[in-house]
Design a protein around this ligand. Sequence first.
Ligand code: MSP
Length: 645
Amino acid sequence: MNPFYITTPIYYVNDKPHIGHSYTTILGDVISRYHKMMGEPVWFLTGTDEHGQKVQKAADEKGISPIQQCDETVVRYQELWKKLGINNDDFIRTTQERHTKIVQKILQDLYDRDLIYKAEYNGHYCVPCERFFTEKDLVDGNLCPDCKRPTNTIVESNYFFRMSKYQEWLIDYIQTHPDFIKPAFRANETLGFLKKPLEDLCISRPKARLSWGIELPFDKDYVCYVWFDALINYISAIGYGVNDENFRKWWPECHHLIGKDILTTHTVYWPTMLKAIGIEPPKTILAHGWWLSGRDKMSKSAGNVVNPMDMAEKYGVDAFRYYLLAEMTLGQDSGFTEESFINRYNSDLANDLGNLANRAIKMTVRNFDSKIPQPGKFEELDIVLMNKAHLSIKTMESMIRSLQPDKGIAEVMNVIRATNRYMEQTAPWTLAKEGNLERLATVLYTAIEVLRIVGGTLSPVMPEKMAKLLSSIGAPVDCTFSDLESAGSSTPGTQITDIDGLFPRIMVEKEAAPAPAKKQEKAPVIKEKKPEPIVPEGCITITDFFKTELRTAKILAAEPVPKTEKLLKLQLEVGEEQRQIVAGIALFYKPEELIGKTVVIVANLMPAKLRGIESNGMLLAASAGDNLKLVTIDAPDFPSGAKIG
Ligand code: MSP
């Protein structure tokens, strides 16, 4: 059985955790729970990144020491993970000695082998990103290419890691290991970055400028650059350099989950560091998209950061876990709004799953003395449904293995919906009324068997709620995938207990309570409504035009949709956001000629599925006879996401 090692990024302790941090950690938790269910040895690591300028700055602002800042903030992470049901096997802090001494050991080794050298540095430094950039990286003269904030120009002596030496090796490694960087368009992004000559990496900070970090073992006037220190957590935590047996148990069967903003550090710095140290790269680096606040970037200054603790308290931990995992298509950005949370909760959990459980269990309690009935002869309808449910176990397993839990969850939800349709078709309430107990027994047995499979396959996502569901139908709570698959393992005669309010419907304010008195006190201001303009036939108003949100978008990746002639699946960058659009342009463009083009899209088109593939928008194109040309922007560096109109 292959071991499975999974990590989250280690989080900076300059501020409290938010929904983005929660997402990666819940994702890691869910995937690791699935691998445990598959009977594999699993190690799930998370932790905190405690050195560097951000942490020092946060401490200075509060007038406390950096370590006090770390100690105070780390608790917020640990408490949140406990609240969110995170089952991590280890939690590393980069201020722990088990980490600092390995970082120093690696630094010394690389220095002794001349892979680290001293030189004068002249560069542009971005404090929030803690990264140096060269002149050509900067945007609009002096702005950081990542966060677009102003950079500082710095001239100083520093130590450098000979990263450039590994450029060709890295390109070749990425090209020959298609599963190394996921999704595939992120591998293309890294390869795009590697088209420019790779420079050596500045890995030190003079103490005179920043003292909060791990001291270089060969020069007491410097501390280590926070990213060089932080990345090493993935191997120091499992005993690299001190416990070789443990290290070899987990490495390189390792999967790093990261957000798209830390792609370069993980897919360029980290593998080259490992190559220099003499260790294989991890198996996978999976970069997910960003959680936006609606359509906008979440930021403290905009005051739109979603607090995960509040969401979990208000709506329940499991519902929050489910929403995050089901809503985000891995790799793409997702907009969070409380309204979309409530809609998904009410439709998937309260209506589909909650109602199914309620109906099947209550009818069994009422008609079969709270015992799972002995089924009669199965009809085709029953067999088709049970096969579908059993198939979803396999689908979930393969989706988890390819790190796409969102797709596995969607399949289980399809089974739940199919079971609700089955209940409508077989109408057990009519069977009960007619006294057709044999058929009623078969139908309820089938529904309970589906609930057992659903409860098991969704338990890594919603551990508490699914344990409640499984216990109520007398099924084992800690089951494995092979337990789930043993057909017909709901045992007739098993005692079941009624289940109330598994997912009570969330009442939206306007349904629930009358408007607060305060609001009514103020006399409403009645504005006279302007008469609607008379629009000549064939014309639209400017308001009509602006209902269509046109934006520029940069094509990052393109591939044909299998078994179709006309469709291409495109990944596009739309400002901060990443989107997938399926377009019928394969007869006119080859995928490779599209990459890098800036096109125009309809950004607010309702998402649709084309041949089962999600499409989020539409490309504008002009067609004349047999010819079709995309509408493009003819300035190479024109930003994506710009509004048109
Ligand atoms: N300390 C570094 C990681 C070092 S790993 C060796 C760091 N920390 S962070 O706290 O700033 O960010 C941690 C993770 O949170 C990153 O993967 C980042 O992508 C993710 N997110 C931050 N904001 C996010 C959203 N709004 N949405 C989703 N994830 C985002 O970077």
